[in-house]
Design a protein around this ligand. Structure first.
Ligand SMILES: C[S@@+](CC[C@H](N)C(=O)[O-])C[C@H]1O[C@@H](n2cnc3c(N)ncnc32)[C@H](O)[C@@H]1O
Length: 280
């Protein structure tokens, strides 16, 4: 519905392949729209921004100038129209999140995945989220399942927002924000959880042993990875083959199921593996 509203907004200004590419890249985060502007639109980008602002009824329109950078995953942004504010409130699955898109990673595209993971959690579980951002997965899990969640991020801005979000959703004590490198925090959280989330493809495989060490016994690890080439099922099989090999060094892998979370480019996919493991 939002995509067609954007289509309506830019009708008559741009067309064809440019339009299709740009529409794929629109994110609505609370009251802010973030759009990818093809090079050909450079000269009319503010006009496009104004049109999107009016049609979507958002407060601000920004253009993504660079992909989420390594490390904190923050995107490069340029203001196009409306209020010059990168702060907003985003609602998802009955929870509210303060977000500043210039300081922290945030993607509304993981909404279904956050619901899926929350649905897998059993009541009363202890969960560790190794790369928590503003606490999105952690808060949704704690709110819907009464789980306790250790919620780690090494970006001080994400940590500050996470503290606010935990309070805003009345989850003090249930979600425990930790400002640290996930490996350092993992050393303190050994044998403490039934489930570990690793929603950062760059480090998930590198920190796999740390994740295994946090399990009390048999437990689940959700590993997110990026796979290039081939189709969706080849991407899932590729991820399984590689990650199983690593995981089997530290644990018996009892079950391993994978799926594509989303497409991230031509023949590139974000894949998640749900692994039930027993640490060695
Ligand atoms: C892809 S984002 C997580 C998104 C979050 N799960 C969500 O749904 O909004 C990855 C996060 O990992 C954090 N990060 C990067 N390296 C880290 C590290 N070594 N230890 C802990 N957190 C790290 C980044 O600051 C970023 O907030």
């Amino acid at each position: 519905m939002r995509k067609s509203a954007v289509l309506e907004a830019v009708e008559g200004l741009v067309e064809g392949e440019d339009l299709r590419r740009a529409l794929k890249g629109v994110d609505i985060i609370g009251r802010i729209a973030v759009i990818k502007i093809p090079r050909e639109w450079e000269g009319i980008r503010h006009l496009v921004g104004e049109r999107i602002l009016a049609t979507l009824g958002v407060d601000s329109v920004y253009r993504q100038t660079a992909p989420a950078r390594q490390g904190d995953r923050v995107r490069g942004l340029e203001w196009l129209a409306g209020k010059r504010s990168t702060e907003t409130v985003y609602s998802e699955h009955g929870c509210k999140f303060f977000v500043d898109i210039s300081k922290v990673y945030f993607s509304p595209r993981l909404s279904n995945e956050r619901r899926r993971i929350a649905d897998l959690v059993a009541k009363g579980e202890t969960v560790v989220n190794m790369f928590a951002g503003v606490g999105t997965f952690s808060i949704i899990i704690a709110k819907s399942k009464g789980a306790k969640v250790f919620s780690i991020d090494n970006n001080p801005n994400a940590f500050e927002l996470m503290i606010e979000n935990v309070a805003q959703n009345r989850l003090n004590g249930r979600v425990v924000p930790i400002l640290a490198d996930a490996r350092e925090a993992a050393a303190e959280l050994q044998r403490s959880a039934e489930r570990v989330l690793m929603p950062l493809p760059e480090l998930a495989e590198v920190y796999l042993e740390d994740a295994v060490r946090m399990l009390r016994g048999k437990g689940w690890i959700h590993v997110y990875t990026h796979e290039r080439g081939g189709n969706e099922s080849m991407a899932v099989e590729g991820a399984k083959t590689r990650i199983l090999k690593s995981a089997e060094m530290f644990a018996e892998v009892i079950r391993c199921e994978g799926k594509v979370v989303r497409s991230i480019g031509r023949r590139s996919y974000q894949v998640v593996l749900d692994m039930l493991v027993m640490p060695h």
